[in-house]
Structures are given as C-alpha cells and as structure tokens.
Ligand binder design. Structure first.
Ligand code: ATP
Length: 319
C-alpha cells in the first residue's frame, strides 16, 4: 500500500483533529502518501480530495471540530453513490481509507470494504455509543463541558433555591448523562436505557427539599424526552421553582481534553498500522487501556450497553 485516504463523517467530535494528525503523521512516518477527503462521503463522491503533508496537520491537535469538515450524505447510502466514491479513490490511486466517525460512518466504510476498498473505522463521536471500545473520541471533552456548565448552574441554583433540569446529548445512549450525573452528584439521571419512574424523581426531590437542600439537579438525556417537558411536569408535581437548560451544541465544541487527544493519537496511528498489516473492515478501539480492533460488521450488529452498575451507583449516592 502506497497511498491512503482519511475522512471525518457524521457528527463532529473534539479530538477528530488529533486523530487526523496521527493518521497523517503515522502514514508519512511509514513512507505513505496521505490524501485528505473533505466533507466526509459527500466529498468523496465530489472528488474533494487533496494531498496532505506533515505541515497540513500542524497546529490542530488542540482544536475542536474537524479540519477535514464533516457532512451527512444520503447519496452514499446508495450503490450508485458508493461507486462514484470508488471512482474518485481510483482516480487518486488511494488504496485504503480511514473513516473517523460514528456507526453510520462505519456503514459507509463497510460498504467500501465489501467493494474491494479496505477501510478502517476510528470511533469519533461524543456519545460513547460504539461497542468494542471503552471510549470514543470526543466523549471525555463533551463530558467535561457538561460538568463545567452544571457547576456554574449549581452556583445560581443554590443562590435562588431552584431545581434545575439539564438536557444533555444522547439520543440512544445515556453515557453522557450518566457520567455527568455521577461526576456532579445529580439528584436524578434519566437515560434511554433505564426506565426511571417519574414518581421516583419526584420522591427524591421532595426528600432532598425536606432535609433542607438548597438546590437539585436533574439530568435528562435527549433520547428520554425534552428537558422542557420534564421541567414543566416537575413544576406541576411539586411546588418548587424549576428551570431548564438545554446544553445543545456547546457539548460538541471546544478544545479536546488531554485524554481525548491521547486517545485520538493512539487510535489514529493504530488505524494506519492495521491498513499496513493488510487488514480491512476493522474498527480500532481501546479496551482496558489496550489498543484493539474488531470486525466492523460485528460492531454494527452489537448493541452498545450503558454500564447499569454505574446507573445504580448514581441512585445509591443521591438518596
Ligand atoms: P454520529 O452518530 O456522531 O452523528 P455517524 O457516523 O453515526 O455519527 P451518520 O449521520 O449516521 O453519523 O452517518 C454519517 C454518514 O455515513 C451518512 O451521512 C452517510 O454518508 C454514511 N452512511 C450512513 N449509513 C450508511 C449506509 N447504510 N451505507 C453507506 N453509507 C452510510
């Protein structure tokens, strides 16, 4: 293999730039040529591809977002779109592709691999919702952004004796909400994987209020429902002043944490090693601090499991 490509796809995540840097530098270290594909699979179809040098990835390790931009591309879900992408790979002589993104992006990588273009997936998404890796790139930074926001909200919540409902990202996975809940000592955490009874949330609120708590924090993952609706229901159920904050896209931005930079560097570099070893259709990951790789098809057919022991712990610690 002499020429490889790299793209970022789906929702962006802090640390994607560090992963791109690692891919480019590791590839050049091994004497390969590297091509950056801009705007994910859309850019692949459009031939938005350019050669990257050592300097192309200078001064990006600390930046959020993705230097290669990202996109959602419906056309790439079709056979026709995938063939157009392959034509571009052929035109540039690119023999293998590294896809940094979430599980949707890995579907695209799987299709290309099946058509004879070896791809390696690098898990980059703030949701931490990909099986086969303990952490995805971006999760740690997003978590710290949430914690920072909640700490600030806590100050004002205490001053005004308010109950705060915080809606965080996580359509199908409750990892961000759960970790944030534990890290911030929230009264209740509502995640898609566990049916928390609304009565239980109310019960905890009342108990806390009765023993003189000045504020309460309830974290809701977006997949469970709207934070605004929960806020309204809580206000109706208990006579406590309730406010809602939806953290939204602030969770996706910002300079990546040290952990995310290190994770992205390790995973990005490992993905190049796998291509050079002749592997295809694999996803790199980290498990118990060891680099691993798994069959992408297997990953796509496995459901991500949130750690329910942690969920139980969060309840035990906020009695
Ligand atoms: P995140 O979950 O963080 O948003 P993601 O990678 O799961 O990231 P998606 O929007 O699901 O984001 O997928 C990104 C892109 O991957 C899609 O826009 C499309 O171009 C490609 N893709 C998704 N599913 C398929 C598929 N079945 N076949 C080919 N390509 C696909």
């Amino acid at each position: 293999m002499k020429k490889i490509g790299v793209l970022t796809s789906g929702g962006d995540a802090p640390g994607m730039n560090a992963a791109i840097r690692a891919v480019v530098r590791k590839a050049i270290y091994h004497g390969l040529e590297v091509y950056g594909v801009k705007y994910g699979f859309q850019g692949l179809i459009d031939g938005n591809i350019e050669k990257m040098e050592l300097g192309s990835v200078g001064d990006i390790i600390q930046r959020g977002g993705t230097k290669l931009y990202s996109a959602r591309c419906e056309e790439f879900k079709t056979e026709e779109g995938q063939l157009k992408g392959i034509e571009q790979l052929k035109k540039h002589g690119i023999e293998g592709l590294i896809v940094i993104g979430g599980d949707g992006s890995f579907m695209g990588a799987k299709k290309l691999t099946e058509k004879g273009y070896p791809c390696i997936g690098v898990p980059g998404t703030i949701d931490n919702d990909i099986p086969g890796t303990d952490f995805t790139i971006g999760f740690d930074t997003a978590l710290n952004t949430i914690i920072d926001a909640i700490d600030k909200i806590r100050d004002t919540a205490t001053s005004h004796e308010r109950t705060y409902v915080i809606e965080v990202m996580g359509r199908d996975a409750g990892d961000l909400a759960l970790w944030a809940g534990l890290a911030d000592g929230a009264e209740s955490v509502l995640i898609p994987e566990a049916e928390d009874e609304f009565e239980d949330v109310i019960e905890r609120l009342k108990r806390g209020h009765d023993r003189g708590k000045k504020h309460s924090i309830i974290i809701v993952a977006e997949g469970v429902g709207s934070g605004v609706d929960f806020g309204r229901k809580i206000k109706e159920a208990v006579n406590l002043e309730t406010r809602v904050t939806v953290l939204g896209h602030t969770q996706r931005g910002g300079s990546p944490s040290a952990s995310d930079r290190v994770l992205a560097s390790r995973l990005g570099a490992h993905s190049v090693d796998l291509l050079l070893d002749g592997k295809a259709g694999r996803m790199v990951g980290i498990q118990q601090n060891k680099l691993v790789d798994h069959d992408i098809v297997e990953i796509l057919s496995t459901k991500h499991e949130v750690d329910l022991d942690m969920y139980r712990l969060s309840k035990e610690l906020s009695i």
